[in-house]
Design a protein around this ligand. Structure first.
Ligand code: TPP
Ligand code: MG
Length: 679
């Protein structure tokens, strides 16, 4: 089939009723913004070719009308989230060219301290909540930012910009659905430049266009001419009015074309015809607006020339300023990964005599922290009325209401994305993961967004969010509901990973997790939910992460055990006591940060160590602990460190096999004896 010509494509747009909100000076202002964007992009490309900008960047030449028109329709307090091709949006929202240029050059005074580059530029003061290197991610984050504005009652609205390629990501549908059911003040703005990298969108978008997908969510969907700044402005203005009135989101699909290659680095074989590229140059958004301002008598040729010269000077000044700046320092960069702890922790209180279970302890901490800080909210599947399938959020809906305790659709991508967006915007979300295995569907939000946002945006946002839920085997739920996954997260800089093994720790660590300004992966264990009540103080308290607990003292061997293995290690120690061996059991309580000091002090005393976790042994956190001991206490060791974990297989369903799969007290005792009697 013959590809449609530009004129044919632009005929498929919906008519846009002029808003009459644009004065002459607004048209000139939009034109100036567009010139600024174009000049910035042209010079960025030249600097890349000269080797002065070293990383990649994605040019938005040809798409300037979208950035200028959309941002002109926003108020200063309104937010935007943008994507890899985001220079235009950030410039239109007021970002400083000099700091943008500095960031592209990787300089310390760039918007991200030179740590994020073009794809992560953010300016929180101007409510630019960040560009993003993950296609579609801004839509999930946008739901959270919009939710934060809603809960604050600020009246602000936001735009999540994305490309036509992103409209095929699951997050597009999950985010639209969530925004629609919660009537969030968010505008979904798709820049359909007809290609996702080299793939023509016509061949990968089912249903006759992206805007039509709005109908599935009962939202307004508009397909507009993205090279007409006034049409973009008027459409966004209406969508913003609707959002401010509490009527929820709008989907806008603006047809446009990028003139340059996909990215500066791309250097791809040809995938578009010269004829097509030429046709789109004829509908240059800048020349169209220039002609309009000329026809309206707002700007003559000289006036336009003056604008262009002024913009050229601005861009050159930005380049000169940025070029002279120093490079960032590795030490400073490292300090930006996480937020340093602000206050010292109180000493841990005595356990007292009141006994509650591990599950009740976690609930109590959430309850107390929600009462203490109204920014704490809970998101998750079935967390409201029934309090989650294991009942841990029971009572929170009654106590804090449906605005703060939110039942979500079964949509892990957007539950987690919404949480991260809300955390970036000042809330403290607790995201329940019904069973931790489902975290695989949240990995982008946790690993690429929550863990990295602070660092790659130069230490700007704090991401105070808790991802919590049960992991582990023992109740016959089989391989997709029973994994032990702490090592996945411990491997990612920027995340904290808590692994409580008893009720007292569960309460104190949950409070610490909620109060932490860093993202925390809070792992609970299903078998521990079923455990007996144990003494836990009633008053709130927080346990300092990175402080291991010596569960039991001993002199012959140190066992470092995690979660459900702690109790088994204690049982093993009891058995061996009868055989004359004295075993020290240490529970790290948090694997990130990890308290190697306490572990090393113990090993230097006992000269032997066994590490035990339920997770698969290969690549497990036990390897890290064992290596740490070997590196720092080798001279004290009388035997190699032993590691126990699950074998190289998924968790079996059959109950006998499942029992055999998990390290038992007997297995632990056997390993201790091996290291104690090693020659
Ligand atoms: C989740 C994800 N998949 C793939 C990529 C690699 N990638 C970067 S941009 C891009 C094309 C995106 O197309 P579109 O959304 O239409 O935006 P455009 O580049 O056209 O502005 C791809 C595939 C990525 N960054 N993230
Ligand atoms: Mg595209």
């Amino acid at each position: 089939m013959r590809a449609m010509t530009t004129i044919e494509i632009l005929k498929t747009v919906d008519p846009v009723q002029p808003s009459n909100a644009l004065e002459g000076e607004d048209l000139v202002a939009m034109l100036t913004t567009m010139l600024r964007i174009r000049r910035f992009e042209q010079r960025a490309k030249e600097l890349f070719l000269d080797g002065r900008i070293k990383g990649t960047a994605h040019s938005s030449i040809g798409q300037e009308a979208i950035a200028a028109g959309a941002c002109k329709a926003l108020e200063p307090d309104d937010f935007i989230l943008t994507h890899h091709r985001g220079h235009g949006h950030t410039i239109a929202k007021g970002a400083e060219l000099s700091r943008m240029m500095a960031e592209l050059m990787g300089k310390a005074e760039g918007y991200c301290y030179g740590l994020g580059g073009s794809m992560h530029i953010a300016d929180f003061e101007r409510r630019i909540l960040g560009a993003n290197g993950i296609v579609g991610a801004g839509m999930g984050l946008g739901t959270g930012a919009a939710l934060a504005e809603r809960l604050r009652g600020s009246g602000a609205v936001g735009i999540a910009f994305f490309g036509d390629g992103a409209a095929s990501e699951g997050i597009f549908h999950e985010a639209m659905n969530l925004a629609a059911i919660w009537k969030l003040p968010l505008i979904f703005f798709c820049e359909n430049n007809l290609y996702g990298l080299t793939t023509p969108s016509a061949g990968v978008i089912a249903g006759g266009g992206i805007a039509r997908r709005a109908a599935a969510y009962d939202l307004p969907g508009h397909r507009i001419d993205g090279n007409d700044a006034a049409a973009v402005h008027d459409t966004v203005l209406r969508a913003a009015l609707r959002a401010r009135a509490g009527e929820g989101p709008t989907l806008i699909e603006a047809l446009t074309y990028r003139w340059d290659d996909h990215s500066m680095r791309a250097n791809l074989p040809r995938y578009r015809t010269e004829e097509e590229e030429e046709q789109w140059r004829h509908v240059d958004p800048i020349l169209r607006l220039r002609d309009r301002t000329a026809e309206a008598g707002l700007l003559d040729e000289r006036g336009y020339g003056g604008l262009a010269t002024q913009v050229e000077r601005e861009v050159e000044d930005a380049i000169d300023w940025a070029s002279a700046l120093p490079e960032p320092e590795l030490e400073t960069a490292q300090a930006l990964v996480t937020v340093p702890r602000r206050e010292a922790f109180e000493p841990e209180p005595p356990a007292g005599s009141r006994a509650i279970t591990y599950a009740q302890a976690i609930t109590e901490a959430m309850h107390q922290e929600m009462a203490r800080d109204e920014g704490v909210i809970v998101l998750g599947e079935d967390v409201g009325q029934i309090g989650g399938i294991f009942g841990l959020t029971r009572g929170l809906l009654e106590a804090f209401g449906p605005e703060r305790v939110r039942d979500t659709p079964i949509a892990e991508g957007v539950i987690s994305g919404c949480g991260v967006g809300a955390a970036m915007s000042g809330l403290r979300p607790i995201v329940e993961i019904q069973l931790f295995d489902f975290v695989s569907l949240m990995m982008d939000s946790i690993v690429n967004q929550a863990a990295k946002a602070r660092f790659m945006m130069g230490g700007k946002p704090t991401i105070p969010i808790v991802f919590r839920g049960p992991q582990g085997a023992g109740i016959r739920l089989a391989a997709q509901h029973c994994q032990s996954l702490e090592a996945w997260f411990a491997h990612v800089p920027g995340l904290e990973v808590y692994t409580p093994s008893c009720a007292y720790d569960a309460k104190g660590l949950m409070a610490a997790a909620i109060r932490s300004d860093n993202p925390v992966v809070f792992l609970e264990h299903k078998l521990l939910y079923l455990g007996d009540a144990a003494p836990v103080p009633e008053a709130p308290y927080a346990i300092e992460p990175g402080r291991a607990r010596v569960v039991r003292e001993g002199g012959d061997c140190t066992v470092i055990a995690l979660m459900a293995m702690v109790e088994r290690a204690v049982q093993a120690a009891e058995r061996l006591r009868r055989k004359g061996l004295s075993v020290e059991v240490i529970d790290p309580r948090t694997v990130k940060p990890l308290d190697m000091e306490t572990i090393l002090a113990s090993v230097r005393k006992t000269n032997r160590a066994v590490v035990v976790h339920e997770a698969v042994r290969f690549g497990g956190i036990g390897g890290e602990i064992a290596a740490g001991i070997m590196e720092q206490a080798f001279d004290w060791l009388d035997a190699p460190v032993r590691r126990l974990g699950a074998p190289e297989m998924p968790v079996p369903y059959n109950d006998r096999l499942e029992r055999d799969y998990m390290p038992s007290a007997q297995d632990i005792a056997g390993a201790i004896e091996e290291v104690c009697y090693a020659q």
